[in-house]
Ligand binder design. Structure first.
Ligand code: CA
Length: 464
């Protein structure tokens, strides 16, 4: 531990909040003034990616600083063994008061209960939006009110009761804006009289893509249910009108849930101001992965495509991060744990697999900084019918391999398919509409990317 004063760390994470629904990221569809406060007073990362775009696995990667084949949570069907080493345990052992409040989603009971936290109070599983049951230090309790408000109420209560002489690490994890997108009273009528713009790729026909995009069951017009959109479309609509109707119903509720998150981020920031904690506290906002907001005609995530791969990442630390800055160096969810430890002046254990983001947050990107990333989705052909895949993304390219089997992983289906590849030139085709894997002009690029893919796969010890 260094002699420097250890900063407080507040890690705010929502569930399925895509960066393109944050105004600091240039959202065309909503305003998030309080999230923007974090960006304006600190830094926005433009290339932060998850290593597996699905809830529990991303949460496990954040906590342990390890890829999913190492931390044991490859799919939604594997609970965490929380007896393993992770960042909260290390911080707790090094002077920090620690709390985990809200959505844990790594299983509960036995070895899956949160460890390393002085205080924890979690939603079981996905949790409920209204009047949620929570598990407080192992004991079930019913709360009345809206999950997003309750989560922050509990955070503020815990902060009030903490020991002011020691630093704190608080994980504030919202259930929202996860499906089924249920807003609170206050925001129920937001956007009622307007149409939310449809994304550029709304009518993607998947023409150049493999079976993966064509077969995915996450289409706004075909796969959203009346439960999702809380009603049935009016009769007599054309197919295009019907699709637009579903999109409006879906996206408005999604954005209403986010409006409540934004208000509650504001409450937390105001609290820090009132208590004189702003200068000494790192505040970070992210989401466990991205989400399709009608992009490619879809909702949900799982794919290595940009909208689901990208995580929002806003961070403020007046003492160490310059206000109003942005950074396009690569950052990964497996890097967060080591970043927290670095700021706390604690050396990371050897077996963590990420890199502290501190240099890039301080605006000094080392010459050898990571410029490629490894991705792997394991939950072959389960809900939403997305095949397992791995891939590599660089600043210019993305190569994806749908390898065509479940490999006996819990939650993956035992269905064999022919492997298929996709390549995107992100400079020419940022929307990933044009798979150029068979284009002769890219054969050399493909060879190099395959080498890089297998190098990364080895580096992270994914030896299946
Ligand atoms: Ca999620």
């Amino acid at each position: 531990m260094s002699d420097a004063k250890q900063p407080n760390i507040i890690f705010i994470m929502s569930d399925d909040h895509a960066a393109h629904a944050i105004s600091a990221y240039g959202s065309r569809i909503n305003e998030t003034p309080n999230l923007d406060r974090i960006a304006n007073d600190g830094m926005r990362l433009d290339n932060c990616f998850c290593t597996n775009s699905i809830c529990a696995p991303s949460r496990a990667a954040i906590l342990t600083g390890k890829y999913n084949h190492m931390n044991g949570v490859r799919t939604l069907h594997e609970n965490i063994d929380a007896s393993q080493q992770h960042v909260a345990k290390i911080l707790q052992e090094n002077n920090y008061q620690t709390a985990m409040i809200g959505k844990w989603h790594l299983g509960h009971g036995g070895n899956s209960n949160p460890t390393g936290f002085d205080y924890w109070n979690i939603f079981p599983g996905q949790g409920e939006y209204h009047d949620p049951v929570m598990i407080e230090m192992g004991e079930k309790k019913k709360f009345s009110g809206y999950a997003t408000d309750i989560t922050v109420d509990l955070c503020l209560d815990w902060l009030d009761e903490r020991d002011e002489d020691r630093p704190f690490f608080m994980m504030c994890h919202h259930k929202a804006p996860h499906r089924p997108w249920m807003p609170d009273e206050k925001h129920m009528h937001l956007y009622e009289d307007i149409d939310i713009p449809e994304p550029e790729t709304f009518n993607d026909d998947y023409a150049t893509r493999t079976y993966a995009a064509q077969g995915a069951e996450m289409r706004v017009d075909r796969d959203l249910t009346s439960w999702d959109v809380k009603g049935e479309p009016p009769e007599g609509l054309s197919p295009a009108e019907r699709k637009s109707w579903y999109y409006q119903r879906y996206i408005k509720d999604y954005l209403r849930c986010i409006a409540s998150i934004d208000d509650n981020v504001g409450r937390l920031l105001d609290y820090l101001d009132e208590k004189g904690l702003t200068e000494d506290t790192i505040v970070m906002y992210t989401s466990d992965q991205g989400f399709f907001l009608g992009d490619h005609g879809w909702y949900d995530k799982r794919f290595m495509y940009e909208e689901s791969l990208r995580m929002p990442f806003l961070i403020r630390y007046p003492k160490g991060i310059k206000a109003g800055t942005t950074q396009n160096a690569f950052a990964l969810n497996v890097d967060f744990a080591q970043t927290f430890l670095d700021y706390a002046g604690i050396e990371a254990p050897e077996d963590m697999q990420g890199t502290s983001l501190r240099p890039i947050l301080e605006g000094e990107t080392p010459a050898d900084w990571q410029s490629s990333m490894y991705y792997r989705y394991w939950e072959h052909m389960s809900e939403h019918n997305v095949p397992a895949h791995y891939g590599v993304r660089t600043h210019q390219y993305k190569l994806i391999c749908y390898y065509g089997e479940g490999l006996g992983v819990p939650g993956a289906k035992d269905i064999k398919m022919d492997p298929e590849w996709e390549l995107y030139d992100l400079e020419k085709d940022p929307n990933e509409l044009n798979n150029v894997y068979s284009n002769p002009d890219y054969q050399e690029v493909i060879e190099k990317l395959k080498e890089e893919l297998y190098r990364l796969k080895d580096k992270v010890k994914d030896f299946d």
